[in-house]
Ligand binder design. Structure first.
Ligand code: ADP
Length: 448
């Protein structure tokens, strides 16, 4: 078993990993920028080390600084969390070259899935259904026109290196294709240093449904059902629930088996998420995330299973601790992401939190790194708190969520908490029939 894990991250996910390590009896090292000296993850870890100035590029994204921190503290493993270096194959490789365990899949698998074109081709070859589109990179306008003629409009031009909801251009008709193709390439180069783009059919009002998988690297794998992440704003997830209200258990088993088969054949190691759009009862693969996701707690709640502990254990011994037949869904879970942002504009709202009261009681879990007196720095992601609800039924989970929202107090800065009251009152949310465009339309209609 690993002895000392360095957490190459900050905020709630750093805390989440520290807690899993403590449960396993593993020592922890927090790294932090000078802006995060007073952060909760620094206080909760057994040791901490400053790795640079506030700018992420000079601290949380600085591979040499993180390797040096491992050497100084004697950490034998690194957990990357999500974001930052969590899907950077170079980071995984350099750690392995330094004989430090990377808690995640191999650099090879991170690279394979990090390039969306290669990921799609790989998944297609493994029998996973994909969104119809180009057979790889689109090099020029005439290729784009050929694909468009084949799949029709609307279509979407996507950056192969894209992520975080960025690098996508919706094209409604042929007159917009040239402009979208050119600007997608320019933006992809600027944002990701890679201007490869591809084309996909733009699915109208699908759901975003993703499957949680775990592999042991030797060909054994399980799935932990789905999360419905269709409640989005600007392609960013806002609220997620598990299981989805629209899948039958046969559909769940079928897509689960397809994913398990793909992961086994790839000999994938660790946790991962296979993301699909779901429309007219069909699944269409869009991408795979080779890391733990923000919304992983809802899966943990319905299975009573610690995904981070499993990640750590697999990295040390390549053995899956569970079998598919032992994984049974119990109840329903919902997660709300609370961001330090001002609504209706959704502009960043960093600053000092004067009062903080976290909701509590049965079925309520809070994953957060804030406290009264904490100053939310302006340099990083604005997610400050996740409210995770579990209930015997979806109805009970929604009732508990309503209670949790009424108990939550974060004073001093603006947060997105108020939009959840709006969401959970709405008929489309209550009957589960929402899709990826629903929240955007709801906010537009509210004048928000
Ligand atoms: P990222 O890696 O940036 O998150 P994804 O490929 O996962 O990008 O897509 C993010 C979101 O964008 C999806 O959840 C969905 O809302 C929307 N999207 C992506 N591809 C399509 C498509 N082909 N048709 C309709 N919506 C899409």
């Amino acid at each position: 078993m690993l002895k000392k894990v360095l957490i190459a991250n900050r905020g709630e996910i750093a805390l989440r990993i520290i807690r899993a390590c403590k449960d396993l009896g593993i020592s922890t090292v927090a790294i932090h920028s000078t802006a995060d000296t007073n952060s909760m993850h620094v206080r909760m870890a057994d040791e901490s080390i400053c790795i640079g100035p506030p700018k992420a590029g000079d601290s949380y994204l600085s591979i040499p600084n993180i390797i040096a921190a491992c050497e100084v503290t004697g950490a034998d493993a690194v957990h990357p969390g999500y974001g930052f270096l969590s899907e950077n194959p170079k980071f995984a490789q350099i750690l392995s070259d330094h004989k430090i365990t990377y808690i995640g899949p191999s650099a090879h698998h991170i690279k394979l899935m990090g390039d969306k074109i290669t990921a799609k081709k790989t998944m297609e070859d493994l029998g996973v259904p994909c969104v119809p589109g180009s057979n790889g990179i689109i090099n020029n306008l005439s290729e784009a026109n050929n694909v468009a003629a084949k799949i029709g409009y609307p279509l979407i031009v996507k950056a192969s290196a894209g992520g975080g909801g960025r690098g996508m251009k919706l094209v409604l008709n042929n007159s917009d294709l040239e402009g979208a193709f050119k600007s997608a390439k320019i933006e992809a180069e600027a944002a990701f240093g890679n201007d490869d783009v591809y084309i996909e059919k733009y699915l109208l009002e699908p759901k975003h449904i993703e499957i949680q998988i775990i592999g042991d690297g030797k060909g054994n794998a399980v799935h932990l059902a789905e999360r419905d992440c269709s409640i989005q704003r600007r392609h960013q997830k806002i609220l997620e629930e598990a299981p989805s209200t629209v899948l039958s258990s046969d559909e769940r088993d079928e897509i689960g088996k397809i994913c398990v088969n793909a992961i086994s054949r790839l000999k994938y190691s660790g946790v991962g998420t296979i993301e699909f759009l779901y429309s007219n009862k069909e699944f269409y693969f869009i991408e795979m995330n080779t890391r733990i996701q923000v919304e992983h707690p809802i899966t943990e709640q319905i299975f009573g299973f610690d995904l981070i502990k499993e990640q750590i254990k697999i990295s040390s011994n390549n053995v899956l601790s569970i079998k598919q037949e032992d994984l049974n869904i119990k109840g329903h879970a919902i997660e709300c992401r609370i961001n330090a942002e001002k609504v209706p504009e959704f502009t960043a709202s960093p600053g000092k939190i004067n009062t903080y009261h976290a909701p509590g009681g049965l079925g309520i879990r809070i994953d957060s790194a804030i406290y009264a007196g904490y100053v939310v720095p302006p340099y990083y992601d604005s997610l400050i708190c996740k409210i995770i609800i579990h209930g015997e039924t979806r109805q009970e989970a929604i009732k508990r969520l309503e209670r949790a929202l009424s108990e939550l107090i974060i004073d001093g800065i603006s947060t997105t908490s108020e939009i959840f009251s709006l969401i959970i009152k709405n008929k489309k949310f209550l009957d589960g029939s929402y899709n990826i465009s629903w929240l955007e339309n709801l906010l537009d209609n509210q004048g928000k």
